[in-house]
Write a protein that binds this ligand. Structure first.
Ligand code: SOE
Length: 385
């Protein structure tokens, strides 16, 4: 695993728990975690259960005893590491968004296609797909339970930037993160919308806003740029992105990705309206779905809460008896399981790099639309990459 921040912790839980809870077709060993600070990465390795730590990712990728490379670094290094790992014949799991630009994502897909000919697999870490209720919501739509999808509402709201004293972290710098709320959390709801509806976002019209434009610099040595003399640096990404998308079959989607939803810590909601019913998911109640059935008898219609904790639900049979709740980390466990199963079966685990690229095209199209007075931009050919 390359990187050891918040996502490193989450992926480590995934790698540790997947073999313990699922009957995986191959044993998994947590071999080595890589980071630039030798002492800190050694501590992370010991705490999370990795056998070793290292500071040079290239020498780790060159090792014969490494089969899977898991990339949990900031977006600016995804392309370089993923392409090197795939070219070295390794299977790759790469955190979302796949890259910082469409051009990088295209190069990563090309590397994945080259590597696939030699049996290597590549997957993007859109873990919310693997929350059982989200996978089940997708299954219900595919079965026609809500009829034809006519409208979607997708929102991902956080509030960690409301405090203007929050320092200029890498996530607030375009050269490191690519974009702000748009790529970090907007990417999740774009992927989820495409996943549950089975349709691509074909065109978008949007606005983005940077509400607090300058922030205190982090301690020196953090590797971030800024005007050190003033102690402040420019925020070069969006704080908020609000956009409308159109799906292949014509349905409209309203998307909101924000780090300024005061009081909302990690609120992700998705509601899909069909001509025969509706389905809604709320991450703050992630073991459940809301289902509305238009064919229910008059007077008895209404959203009903379905607890997605039964053995018949996706992934759940490996866990606890019905009604015993799962949490945020289970998506990472399911991700590790699906990747290992895909590798052993010789099939591409979803989301593939092609799916990651399709999200990247939507992100680029939103950026372009926002820069051009919210004109509609087709995702198949955004002008800037
Ligand atoms: C951002 O705050 C973030 O950590 C995202 O980067 C993750 O993808 C999301 O799961 C939680 O929020």
């Amino acid at each position: 695993m390359i990187g050891y921040g918040f996502m490193g912790a989450a992926h480590s839980v995934g790698w540790r728990q997947a073999p313990a809870m699922f009957d995986l077709p191959r044993a998994v060993e947590m071999a080595v975690v890589v980071g630039r600070n030798a002492e800190a990465v050694a501590q992370a390795a010991a705490q999370w259960g990795w056998q070793e730590s290292a500071t040079d990712w290239r020498s780790v990728i060159a090792r014969d005893d490494i089969d899977i490379v898991d990339i949990v670094t900031p977006g600016d290094s995804h392309a370089e590491i993923a392409i090197a790992a795939l070219d070295a014949g390794k299977h790759v799991l790469c955190e979302k968004p796949l890259a910082n630009t469409v051009a990088e994502a295209e190069a990563m897909l090309a590397a994945a296609e080259r590597a696939a000919q030699r049996g290597a697999r590549a997957m993007v870490g859109f873990t919310y797909r693997r929350v059982p209720a989200v996978t089940f919501l997708r299954d219900l739509i595919a079965q026609g339970r809500i009829g034809r999808v006519q409208q979607v509402r997708a929102a991902y709201r956080q509030d960690w930037l409301v405090d203007p004293g929050m320092p200029l972290a890498w996530r607030l710098q375009k050269e490191h993160a690519g974009s702000g709320a748009l790529g970090d959390i907007g990417a999740h709801i774009i992927d989820m919308t495409q996943f549950v509806t089975g349709q691509q976002v074909e065109a978008v019209s949007g606005v983005t806003e940077t509400i607090v434009k300058r922030r205190p610099l982090l301690e020196s040595g953090s590797g971030l740029s800024g005007t050190a003399a003033e102690g402040f640096g420019d925020v070069t990404v969006d704080d908020v992105a609000i956009f409308t998308g159109r799906l292949e079959d014509g349905a409209l989607v309203s998307f909101e990705a924000t780090r300024f939803a005061t009081g909302r810590k990690n609120a992700l909601t998705l509601e899909v309206s069909g001509d025969e019913g509706a389905l809604a998911f709320d991450l703050e109640d992630l073991n459940a779905l809301q289902h509305y059935d238009r064919s229910a008898p008059e007077g008895l219609q209404g959203f009903s809460k379905v607890l997605v904790t039964e053995a018949v639900h996706p992934y759940v049979s490996a866990w606890w008896p019905a009604g015993h709740m799962l949490g945020y980390e289970h998506g990472f466990v399911h991700q590790a399981k699906d990747l290992v199963e895909g590798i052993v079966a010789g099939t591409d685990p979803h989301p593939t790099f092609a799916e990651g690229l399709s999200v990247q095209r939507v992100l680029a199209a939103v950026d372009e639309s926002a820069a051009r007075d919210s004109v509609w931009v087709r995702t198949s050919a955004p002008a800037h990459v």
